[in-house]
Design a protein around this ligand. Structure first.
Ligand SMILES: C[S@@+](CC[C@H](N)C(=O)[O-])C[C@H]1O[C@@H](n2cnc3c(N)ncnc32)[C@H](O)[C@@H]1O
Length: 366
């Protein structure tokens, strides 16, 4: 593992967006932990055509900030910047636009969990060492460092995109989490979020987490099933949006990295030996179409992160895996954007949370 704390790039966008997202979360009281209610479709609000103009507006200004240029020599493809360490294994860019999207998605994830960073019932007083696998902009690790100053938080990632001004108890490393783990001491809490399309061997990752926990420690995985669907039939199989996402997920599978690990997390945890395993499925509407105010807000932020991310999601997978021309991808994404602006489309996908505990009496390597 390489400690790059003196050399990593400055990301004003990440920090500013993190502040904005956190400020938005701080304004609202913490809501109850959402419980799966899978049999009851989400109720649609009575949006009239035209009412949607402001909420379906592409204006991203509340989430953006002035940017500083990167000092690292990352490869540029299709006008986007990608990670350089173990180049090519991760399909999304790491540039400022993507960092803003990750920080916005952090806001959606915590919002959808009732303004929580995690759900597992860890004894906070015993939470000394925390690992954040694939930390991205480090926004979760930084929030944890702020909230739990007695804990030491370590975040790792392929990209050095974390800001330098972090709480003193937060540290970042460049690392490939699919390489052997060589930590000098076990962790009390291992967290892993939004690694869909990143991981080639999920069972190995989850069992590495188990082996590197202290007895009685907790691991929590929060991830997606990125297949879009609708409960009222408004997302038609022949639509551009359905075709686009289904083809994208197929391309990700061709790279050997599961785009839909969410529903499998619980099984991975049980297979690795975790006890006290719990699982929740949380539906993420795409757009502010639900009647319920909480789901409306989640849907609005989710819609913005998707609109922001369409090219990031698509370019490497469509061009390099499927052999499309960049212009062809842009035309398809234009159609998808138009469909996603239609308030009559009630699409959604699922966010999954699974957590478990290492047996208190385990005699693992730690
Ligand atoms: C979609 S982002 C999620 C970031 C963060 N976990 C979050 O929830 O905000 C996925 C991150 O995983 C990182 N990543 C992908 N494959 C990785 C690997 N093999 N080792 C370390 N990091 C990896 C990417 O660089 C990216 O920052």
């Amino acid at each position: 593992m390489t400690d790059y704390s003196d050399t990593h790039t400055t990301s004003a966008a990440a920090a500013a967006a993190a502040g904005t997202a956190q400020a938005q979360l701080d304004q609202s009281p913490r809501s109850p932990i959402p419980v799966e209610d899978s049999d009851r479709p989400i109720e649609v609000d009575d949006l009239q055509p035209g009412d949607g103009d402001s909420v379906y507006d592409d204006d991203f200004s509340t989430f953006t900030a002035s940017l500083t240029s990167s000092v690292l020599n990352y490869p540029i493809e299709h006008g986007r910047r990608y990670h350089a360490f173990r180049a090519g294994i991760y399909c999304l860019p790491n540039d400022e636009l993507e960092q803003e999207r990750l920080d916005l998605t952090h806001a959606v994830m915590t919002k959808s969990l009732g303004d929580r960073l995690f759900l597992c019932p860890i004894d906070i007083s015993k939470m000394q060492r925390v690992l954040d696998i694939g930390t991205g902009t480090g926004i979760w690790a930084i929030a944890m460092g702020d909230e739990y100053p007695h804990a030491q938080i370590l975040g790792n990632d392929l990209s050095a995109i974390q800001p330098p001004w972090v709480p003193p108890n937060v540290k970042f490393e460049i690392d490939d989490v699919e390489c052997p783990w060589v930590y000098e001491a076990p962790f009390d809490f291992i967290f892993c979020r939004y690694m869909a399309t990143s991981i080639a061997d999920w069972p190995k990752l989850v069992s590495n987490a188990y082996d590197n926990l202290a007895p009685g420690g907790w691991a929590e995985f929060q991830d997606f099933d990125l297949q879009y669907y609708s409960e009222d039939g408004s997302l038609k199989p022949e639509s551009y949006t359905y075709q686009w996402i289904t083809t994208l997920l197929d391309a990700a599978r061709q790279t050997g990295r599961d785009p839909c690990p969410g529903p499998k997390l619980e099984g991975y945890l049980r297979d690795a030996g975790f006890i006290n395993v719990e699982h929740r499925r949380i539906r993420w509407p795409i757009g502010p179409w639900p009647r319920d105010p909480h789901l409306k807000e989640v849907g609005m932020y989710n819609w913005h992160q998707i609109m922001q991310g369409l090219e990031a999601f698509s370019l490497r997978l469509y061009c390099q895996v499927l052999g499309w021309k960049e212009e062809e991808v842009m035309v398809l994404l234009g159609h998808v954007r138009n469909e996603l602006r239609n308030p009559g489309l009630h699409a959604q996908f699922d966010f999954h949370v699974s957590y478990g505990q290492k047996k208190p009496s385990s005699k693992g390597k730690n």
